[in-house]
Design a protein around this ligand. Structure first.
Ligand SMILES: [Zn+2]
Length: 428
């Protein structure tokens, strides 16, 4: 446990930064930064870090280098003119490192619901103890905590043994290539621990992420006029056969998987679903083709590719028992987003250290749970770096009137500062 005097100095300093945290979130929210156009927001954080005694690494990820990596998420653009930003406060040596991860990009404001916002999406308005705006929770609030943590460490002159870095990365909402670029750049290691300051709330420590794969299924029917529909096989009926089979597969997976980390938080431990269905071109023509798209996920310890292969085999067996599908096989393809499943153990020393820091700093022992797909997988799988999701929460994430709770910004700043001391060690 860290020295009690230092802990109270840090938590008092964090409390004194309440206005600074609010200011940073407001300024960041006022800079629109939808994925692909997050450069200005990253530049804002870089500018703030420039005032500090830190090493700044600002670089545009190389699309060819990323593409060659197994974990590359297919995107239809490159990263010219967009930068990752990492600010590192060097330690005195001999300690473990702490990485405070943030992403500078956000999802767009949905034009269909834009008028429903009661606080302008880029207004950064403060009300009811919250800062409102697109990205306030996901995750300019977390970015603010990372930045202000470096500010406090510098101002108090805390000399740690390990490095503390704050990251402001790009492209998270598109699947994680910004984080992959930081992996390839060497910003995570087995000697570090990474806190992804995503909006979980201080009470929830997420230590794993599900794997996922998008897929597309095409089925054939017999096209013809609606007056002949009783003699034709509609692709919609065939699609329904597949749809029902996917639901049975999903139920089977739920029943067979025992996953304590996922047991309580969600009714669904591991989704398999069809989420789009397209068929037909005309109201009076029986459709000759239907296309279904969905996601299949897996839990830590499972290989997503093996799970997808088993899923396809299951659907082929169903098709073999169906007279039409037997003669007219469906096609199955994987496309777009895919994630590895990943996680660390609840007993991992990093988890233990963070829980202790949280108890010391804010009197909260966070509940350790499993999470959905996230960038957590990349440092864990490809840099052997223990990683958690743990950050200031809010509400309406990716939705109308998104907000971050100001009390949670302050609480996370306290927790992160004490975690830095306990994890990285204080230099003599
Ligand atoms: Zn996020």
């Amino acid at each position: 446990m860290a020295d009690a005097k230092l802990v109270s100095a840090l938590t008092e300093a964090a409390e004194a930064r309440r206005e600074r945290l609010i200011e940073v979130v407001r300024q960041a929210v006022r800079i629109p930064s939808v994925t692909g156009a997050e450069g200005d927001a990253a530049a804002y954080f870089a500018e703030q870090c420039q005032r500090l005694d830190v090493e700044l690494d600002i670089w545009s990820p190389d699309i060819d280098e990323l593409r060659a990596h197994r974990a590359f998420v297919p995107v239809e653009y490159d990263y010219a003119g967009r930068s990752n930003v990492v600010a590192t406060r060097r330690g005195m040596g001999g300690g473990r490192d702490l990485v405070l991860y943030g992403h500078a990009d956000t999802v767009p404001v949905d034009p269909n619901t834009a008028a429903a916002w009661t606080h302008a999406p880029t207004g950064g308005e403060v009300a009811e103890g919250r800062v409102y705006g697109r990205g306030a929770a996901d995750m300019k609030g977390g970015c603010a905590v990372g930045l202000v943590a470096l500010e406090v460490l510098e101002e108090l002159g805390v000399r740690l043994r390990g490095n503390v870095s704050a990251q402001f990365l790009l492209d998270e909402e598109a699947g994680g290539n910004g984080t992959l670029a930081a992996v390839l750049r060497g910003h995570y290691s087995a000697n570090a621990g990474c806190i992804m300051l995503e909006p979980t709330s201080p009470r929830l420590l997420v230590i794993s992420g599900r794997g996922a794969q998008f897929y597309r299924i095409r089925v054939a029917g017999q096209e013809g006029g609606a007056e002949y529909h009783r003699d034709l096989v509609s692709a919609i009926d065939v699609a329904f056969t597949i749809y029902q089979a996917v639901k049975r597969f999903a139920q089977m997976r739920e029943a067979e998987l025992d996953a304590p980390l996922y047991a309580e938080r969600w009714r669904t431990k591991v989704p398999t679903a069809i989420c789009t269905l397209n068929a037909g071109n005309w109201p009076s023509t029986v459709p000759g083709e239907a296309v279904l798209e969905g996601t299949i996920e897996c839990l830590p310890g499972e290989d997503i590719h093996a799970v997808v292969a088993r899923f396809e085999r299951y659907l082929r067996e169903v098709a073999a028992d169906d007279p039409w599908l037997r003669e007219h096989p469906f096609s199955f393809e994987r496309f777009g987003l895919w994630f590895d499943a990943a996680g660390i153990e609840p007993e991992h020393p990093f988890v233990t250290a963070l829980r202790a820091a949280s108890r010391d700093a804010i009197g909260v022992d966070p509940k350790v749970v499993g999470g959905g797909g996230s960038d957590l997988r990349l440092p864990v799988v490809y840099a052997n770096c223990p990683t958690v999701l743990w950050g200031p929460g809010g509400g309406m994430i990716h939705s109308v009137d998104e907000y971050v709770e100001i009390d949670q910004l302050v609480a996370m700043l306290k927790a992160v500062l004490v975690a830095a001391v306990e994890w990285c060690g204080v230099a003599e």
